[in-house]
Write a protein that binds this ligand. Structure first.
Ligand code: ZN
Length: 310
């Protein structure tokens, strides 16, 4: 007989989130632990501890969303830039009395938004996670496409900076939180005027994306506004490429950077509207995700209740 709960896990470079989740996508019990800077064995131990705390005879299975590129048949992480010690790890070595499903974390988030969030009313959409890096997940015909969907690593500047992935000029080098902070620091090092010099007691290397939004929105700081606009413009280039290739019903934007929607995303939409095919662009809704931090765990749990067909 089928059981009422699944364990959904979102294993990222900053935090591990795990929860007991119902078939309807309701979070019953939740655990959050920092995962930054741990060795490979310690990350796995953290994951096992979280699963053990949530495991019971009422659990149908375990779904895990993990930051990295996967070899799905082998359940192996081929590369995980945000959790480097996990590169090469296979979840086939994970032994539990219930089935274990593994997906890329952005794909799991797309699935979460499709099941219980902003994607519920769209059959075809692309989710972009806009945070330290940029990830993606594609829902087509109501189903998750089991593919890498590494939208952050589409090249948007042919001779741009070298990326760890091997490519040059990747979207995430221009439009992610890491890119925004790098631009701000470069400008400040070059002597630019900005209210950001006053935050963090003058320690510019401690500036966070939140400091940049705050300076931009609340204080009207022109450097912060310019950096967010520039990052948004590049994001718009990426979005126009995705729209032209996939003609989705929606682009759903998730992650910390949507906190600066009014500058960064507005600029992206403006840029994408200039570049994408008009007839395709007009039919696309560009909207924020609605599940926040819970999209990944809800999506991972739904892998258990609706295992994707091979
Ligand atoms: Zn790249």
């Amino acid at each position: 007989m089928s059981k009422p709960y699944a364990i959904g896990v979102d294993l990222g470079g900053t935090n591990l989130r795990a929860a007991l989740i119902t078939r309807e996508g309701q979070v019953v019990k939740k655990i959050k632990e920092p995962s930054t800077g741990l060795a490979g064995g310690d990350v796995i131990q953290l994951l096992k501890n979280a699963i053990d705390q949530l495991m019971s005879p009422e659990v149908e299975g375990i779904g895990i969303g993990v930051a990295g590129v996967l070899d799905r048949p082998e359940k192996r992480i081929m590369i995980s830039p945000n959790i480097p010690p996990l590169t090469g790890f296979s979840f086939n070595d994970f032994h539990y009395p219930v089935p274990v499903y593994v997906e890329n974390d952005a794909n799991a988030a797309a699935l979460g938004e499709a099941c219980a969030g902003a994607g519920r009313n769209f059959k075809n959409f692309v989710l972009m996670t806009l945070g330290t890096g940029i990830g993606g997940g594609i829902i087509y015909g109501g189903k998750l496409l089991k593919m890498a969907a590494e939208v952050g690593h589409m090249s948007i500047v042919a001779d741009g900076k070298k990326c760890f992935c091997g490519n040059n000029g990747c979207l995430e080098l221009f439009a992610s939180a890491r890119a925004i902070i790098a631009s701000v620091i470069e400008a400040l090092e070059g002597g630019a005027e900005s209210l950001l010099r006053e935050c963090c007691e003058g320690k510019i290397y401690r500036i966070t994306p939140e400091d940049v939004y705050k300076a931009a929105f609340e204080e009207g700081d022109s450097l912060s506004r310019e950096v967010l606009r520039e990052a948004g413009r590049y994001l718009g280039v990426g979005i126009s490429n995705i729209i032209n290739i996939t003609s989705p019903d929606a682009i759903i934007l998730a992650g910390g950077l949507i906190g600066s929607w009014n500058i960064y995303v507005d600029e992206a939409i403006k840029e994408a509207s200039k570049r994408a095919f008009k007839s395709i662009f007009q039919k696309v809704s560009i909207i924020p995700a609605s599940l926040g931090d819970e999209a990944g765990i809800v999506g991972a749990a739904s892998l258990v209740f609706n295992p994707p067909a091979d």
